[in-house]
Design a protein around this ligand. Structure first.
Ligand code: AQP
Length: 326
């Protein structure tokens, strides 16, 4: 069976962008692949986190994995920091990565803003991500478009290591979907929808209730033209809403344009809010069933053990190749 690895950071407010861009692939893949879904808590501390909140958010992401339909009988769900090999391999890969390639990463440039006091972890984040993926002989990585550059770097690091030390790592492929690969912020279509955006009306969180969904969609930015048509360049806000609607209802953008060609923005928005609620309601309900359960902790414990065992095999191989230990 081919192997899949992916992860989500427990940085709070998992949103429609995370789900449509990446997480909805998790359930699609679990029947045909050997799937590992990680809660990447080590990545989340590249920005300031409240320790008590972080612990809660780790369990939130785990519960959301179950709520969207990840089946622990098929997939391994685990927490990154409980498998020390992630950090260990990251160091070994850092010794095979270049500062030049890391400084070209767009996410680093955006988040550090050239500030000399930005933390080193923000700079080395993509190498930790490479370690996460390479540790499990991963063939396929389901991600949103924003992670493609990091995936390319992972492939470069894997090939470089294989050339230097002999065949060790599988070179993984990114898997992005055809639609919703980059959902934009609802109050500023120039930015991607993000957990860390301070404005709660910039996103729909997967745990938002119906009232919040209606309000956020009603407030979502549009434009003054008044026509519902897809034109990313000239109508980015409306195009983003069409993209979300089309993805959720499995329609093409043209079908959505046709359906709403004589409608007002307000009518389209009402229907969009209804479709989002239809998608999110069962996720919200399943989440509240599993979030406080013992089952959730047991699933994580079992996942951590499985991941640890697999990671140790790869670590032994990598250390032998490099000549570490005795
Ligand atoms: N706006 C988006 N559209 C499509 N896919 C997206 N992803 C993130 N934002 C969008 C995908 O979601 C997966 C998990 O993301 P992450 O937790 O690793 O963090 P991120 O990419 O940094 O996402 P956020 O929401 O913007 O988090 P913060 O604000 O904490 O940095 C990834 O596969 C990502 O591609």
């Amino acid at each position: 069976m081919k192997k899949v690895f992916s992860g989500v950071q427990p940085t709070g407010n998992i949103h429609l962008g995370n789900y449509l861009g990446a997480m909805r692939q998790f359930t699609e893949l679990q029947d045909e692949y050997d799937t590992m879904y990680c809660i990447v808590d080590l990545h989340s501390i590249t920005v300031e986190q409240d320790p008590a909140e972080l612990k809660e958010h780790i369990l939130d992401v785990a519960a959301l994995y179950l709520a969207i339909g990840v089946d622990p009988k098929k997939a391994t769900i685990f927490v990154q920091s409980n498998v020390p090999a992630h950090s260990e391999l990251a160091w070994l890969l850092m010794c095979n990565s270049y500062t030049g390639e890391l400084s070209r990463m767009t996410q680093y440039k955006e988040k550090s803003k050239g500030n000399e006091s930005s933390i080193v972890g923000l700079f080395t984040y993509p190498v930790l991500m490479a370690a996460d993926i390479l540790l499990y002989d991963t063939d396929v990585v389901p991600v949103g478009e924003d992670q493609r550059q990091h995936l390319e770097l992972t492939r470069d690091i894997a090939r470089r290591f294989n050339t230097k030390y002999g065949e060790t790592f599988t070179v993984p492929e990114a898997r992005t979907l055809k639609t919703a690969t980059r959902i934009m912020s609802l109050d500023d279509p120039g930015k991607k929808m993000s957990k860390s955006n301070e404005s709660e009306y910039s996103r729909i969180a997967l745990l938002d209730d119906e009232k919040k969904i209606n309000k956020t969609i009603a407030k979502a930015q549009t434009d003054s033209e008044g026509h519902i048509r897809y034109d990313e360049k000239n109508k980015p806000a409306v195009s983003n809403l069409i993209n979300i609607y089309a993805t959720i209802t499995c329609k093409t953008k043209e079908e959505v344009e046709n359906l709403y060609k004589d409608s007002r923005y307000s009518d389209f928005k009402k229907d969009l809010a209804t479709e989002i609620e239809r998608l999110i309601k069962p996720i919200r309900e399943r989440f509240s069933e599993v979030r406080g359960s013992k089952e959730l902790v047991d699933i994580l414990k079992e996942g951590d053990m499985k991941a640890k065992d697999r990671a140790e095999i790869m670590m032994k191989k990598v250390k032998d190749k490099i000549g570490l230990g005795y």
